[in-house]
Design a protein around this ligand. Structure first.
Ligand SMILES: Cc1ncc(COP(=O)(O)O)c(C=O)c1O
Length: 375
């Protein structure tokens, strides 16, 4: 079976992990600062706080932005559920609006229309590693006095048209390092902070609210255990050393897929870069032609040794969100259309040309059969 994702780890990762293991410093040791400094170099030298997951990073980022219970925050329904859930942790309400059909990112026009007097923040997501329209969201935030947090969990290595690396515009921005990501630490995440003061707050809150001098058991605010351990940081340091190579591997696989799948009628491929924005390839998600039975297609692909899955479901239509907020089909038609047709194909840097061919052949076959079945 060709799996959907596989972390790419090599001898350098093994070396640094063993070194760290033998050092006896497994948490709150020197690897944390080393990993943060290396990430910071990728983010225009902005201060970075490494944390235990992307979700933890989002939670601390919105707290640092000033979210309060009862606030409304405008965000996208086409994302991994954590970008909306983090608002619920603080008693805020996600206000969803529709997405751009090309980039699949929050549509700035729809976001502007969704801002009300109860809105205090914006939370755009760089979905599938394609840069969200940050200049437009920054203008909207400035005009309406809103805070802005970027969910860049899927977008390490992407660039905006103006040359800024995604996550390095000076807004609170969050990366994630789960094993399917461009860079992995096992579990893990990081917050890029606008300044040292915000980093100090996040460093404290990730560590049980410890006072800035880190006095033992001196806690001067509410905090969490969102620390990233030194083994994870060692993995991150090794991965960062070869991030460009890892990203190039992903770009190669995406280009081969896009070329080989271009001729399938009705199949929508991920948007190519446009206007100077540069995607960092996280997943390869196609949208099946309308009328195809996706579950049947997934089973037929599996029979041919190819793993695939729907990616992503619309957040507002998840059972929990329907129950809690009364959401219904038809609220965000672009998102719902994309979510109902999306299919993630196997995607990681080491996929060989032969494996890519097998996936492409299998998809051609499955779609030809399903198309003729429904014809
Ligand atoms: C868009 C987005 N936001 C948030 C997260 C949460 O990150 P984590 O799984 O590390 O908590 C993810 C990770 O899958 C994600 O893709």
């Amino acid at each position: 079976m060709i799996p959907l994702a596989r972390p790419s780890v090599g001898p350098r990762e093994e070396e640094l992990l063993l070194e760290t293991l033998r050092s006896g410093r497994l948490a709150l040791g020197p690897r944390l600062a080393e990993f943060e400094a290396a990430l910071s170099r990728r983010a225009r030298d902005l201060p970075v706080s490494a944390v235990s997951s992307g979700t933890a990073g989002l939670h601390l980022a919105i707290r640092a932005a000033g979210v309060e219970a009862g606030d409304e925050v405008v965000t996208t329904p086409f994302s991994f559920v954590a970008s909306a859930n983090c608002l619920l942790f603080e008693g805020a309400r996600p206000v969803f609006c529709d997405i751009d059909p090309r980039t699949l990112n929050l549509d700035p026009g729809a976001a502007a229309a969704a801002v009300s007097e109860r809105t205090t923040g914006l939370l755009p997501v760089h979905i599938f590693g394609y840069p969200a329209e940050l200049p437009a969201f920054e203008r909207l935030a400035a005009e309406r006095g809103l805070w802005l947090v970027e969910d860049a969990c899927e977008a390490l290595g992407a660039f905006h048209a103006d040359g800024a690396p995604v996550g390095a515009r000076g807004n609170l921005s969050v990366f994630a390092f789960y094993p399917n990501k461009q860079l992995t630490t096992g579990e893990g995440g990081a917050v890029v902070c606008p300044d040292a003061e915000v980093k100090a707050r996040i460093d404290s809150e990730r560590n049980q609210g410890r006072a800035p001098d880190m006095g033992w058991l001196d806690h001067d605010r509410l905090g969490y255990n969102y620390r990233l351990d030194d083994l994870s940081c060692a993995l991150g340091v090794a991965q960062l050393e070869r991030l460009d190579e890892l990203l190039a591997g992903r770009t190669r696989v995406a280009a081969l897929y896009s070329e080989a799948l271009a001729d399938i009628d009705g199949l929508d491929l991920p948007a190519p870069n446009e206007g100077g924005d540069r995607r960092s390839w996280f997943v390869y998600v196609v949208q099946l032609p309308r009328g195809i039975d996706r579950d049947a297609a997934i089973l037929a692909l599996r029979e041919r040794g190819v793993d695939s899955k729907p990616y992503l479901p619309a957040i507002h239509l998840l059972s929990f969100y329907r129950r809690r907020f009364g959401h219904r089909e038809g609220e965000f038609p672009v998102c719902e259309d994309v979510a109902s047709r999306s299919l993630a194909l196997p995607f990681y840097p080491e996929l060989t040309d032969g494996q890519i061919e097998r996936v492409v052949e299998a998809l051609h076959e499955v779609l030809a059969t399903s198309l003729s079945r429904s014809a």
